[in-house]
Write a protein that binds this ligand. Structure first.
Ligand SMILES: [Zn+2]
Ligand SMILES: [Zn+2]
Length: 442
């Protein structure tokens, strides 16, 4: 979404030019770079793909650390993207392929109110050697309580580990309820348009959304363009579908603070999406900080937005960002990987996220040990459906192992508590006959 024109920007372009072809990294940047790259390339056996061990980082004549941009192993993160599983135009695998082509090393797929595209994205990412952070962008409503300001829709991003959310059934029910509300909302929007003498059929909107995809405003807008009621999507939004517009309707979006709490309880990192699109950002950020919000989107293709960066500092929140790529095409859309997240920002994000994810993985493993049912096993491996080469005897055991080794460092996996837990999981897998072949402890 576009921000206010008068927002101050700090553009990194000038700095880049001064450094010429070699960019000098400060000591902080170097240690952030090393730590982030270690995590990015976890579980990948080839050391050549790890820039911290290649010559991408070296020293110049004055023994200052330099990053050699000739190596394409820059750690490009894109933490916000959509596929056809919500209102994007590309399948999850095509999206991942595009991200890879654009040099993205870590992509978060954050479809609206669904994580249904994550398994396909993970499978494709495995093929291209990039990492997926399973995510979701949740549609919520902010209700002002006795404060000035108005009710308004708020999008909250949730980031999970490769093992997915803890208590995943609870989160899934929460999301399903929002998706159901979106069908009702589309119906209400179509009814409002018909009242405005703009004939449109709900079936048309549903067909554009695709089977099993909860329709959103953009699907209604596309149907309007196809029916000749608007010249383009922008016009459909500007005239009818904008927040509070003549054909606008809310669905059954949950309270934003409850949503942030649920994200925390299910082992996710909660980030406020595009705060520049809010009418009342300060009140919302203040209340969400109290509810446990972890971060704010402050980076866009055009740089860091100083006003929101200052707010993040004031409320001690992480500063992140992503392209919000939908694959619509056209110049106005930010491409995948176009948001230059500084490595220090990514490092701060991972410093907060990793203990949360580590805890969620342990919770999932504990649930499985307590109740080694197929559904709990499914919760552990659900997001790790990776096709192994033909002939590989892929057991559930290997799937879990893959999940853990691509997400947790040795340090994280070698503490006493985790060791004891892994041993129990291994025992259960053997007892249940889910471990084929020789079994080492996970
Ligand atoms: Zn959004
Ligand atoms: Zn989005």
């Amino acid at each position: 979404m576009k921000g206010k024109e008068n927002t101050k920007k700090v553009n990194a372009k000038k700095k880049k030019k001064r450094g010429g072809s070699k960019r000098k990294l400060s000591v902080d940047q170097l240690s952030a770079y090393k730590s982030v790259s270690e995590w990015v390339f976890l579980g990948q056996s080839s050391s050549s793909s790890n820039p911290s061990s290649s010559s991408a980082v070296s020293f110049d004549d004055d023994f200052r650390v330099v990053f050699n941009p000739k190596f394409s192993d820059k750690l490009v993160f894109d933490l916000h993207s959509h596929s056809i599983c919500s209102d994007g135009y590309l399948s999850p695998s095509k999206l991942v392929e595009r991200a890879h082509q654009n040099g993205v090393k870590v992509l978060s797929l954050t479809d609206h109110d669904t994580m249904s595209g994550i398994p396909e994205a993970l499978e494709a990412a495995h093929k291209f050697g990039i990492k997926i952070i399973p995510g979701v962008e949740i549609s919520t409503i902010f209700y002002p309580r006795g404060e000035c300001g108005t009710e308004e829709p708020v999008h909250v991003l949730a980031y999970y580990s490769s093992c997915g959310p803890a208590r995943s059934a609870e989160l899934e029910k929460f999301l399903a309820n929002i998706r159901d509300g979106r069908y009702l909302r589309a119906k209400n929007m179509v009814a409002k348009l018909n009242k405005l003498k703009l004939p449109l059929k709900l079936e048309h909107v549903a067909k554009i959304a695709g089977s099993g995809v909860a329709p959103g405003r953009v699907h209604v807008a596309r149907a309007m363009v196809e029916a000749g009621h608007a010249e383009n999507l922008k016009q459909a939004f500007a005239r009818y579908l904008y927040d509070g517009g003549p054909a606008y309707s809310t669905g059954s979006e949950p309270d934003v603070e409850e949503t942030v709490q649920l994200i925390r309880e299910t082992g996710g990192v909660a980030v406020l999406a595009h705060p520049w699109a809010l009418k009342n950002p300060v009140a919302i950020i203040r209340r969400l900080k109290e509810a446990g919000l972890h971060g704010l989107e402050v980076y866009r293709r055009d740089g860091k937005l100083a006003a929101y960066s200052d707010l993040a500092d004031a409320y001690d929140l992480l500063k992140v960002g992503g392209s919000d790529f939908h694959g619509r095409g056209g110049q106005s859309e930010s491409n995948l990987g176009s948001v230059g997240l500084p490595v220090v920002a990514v490092h701060e994000f991972l410093k907060v996220a990793r203990p949360i994810w580590c805890r969620a993985i342990q919770d999932n493993l504990e649930d499985f040990v307590r109740d080694p049912s197929g559904s709990n096993l499914e919760a552990l491996t659900r997001l790790g459906k990776i096709k192994f080469p033909k002939g590989t005897n892929c057991s559930k055991y290997e799937l879990i192992q893959h999940c853990l080794s691509s997400w947790l460092t040795n340090e994280e996996r070698l503490n006493d508590e985790f060791e004891a837990l892994k041993l129990k999981v291994t025992q259960v897998l053997i007892e249940q006959g889910w471990a084929s072949g020789p079994v080492r402890s996970l």
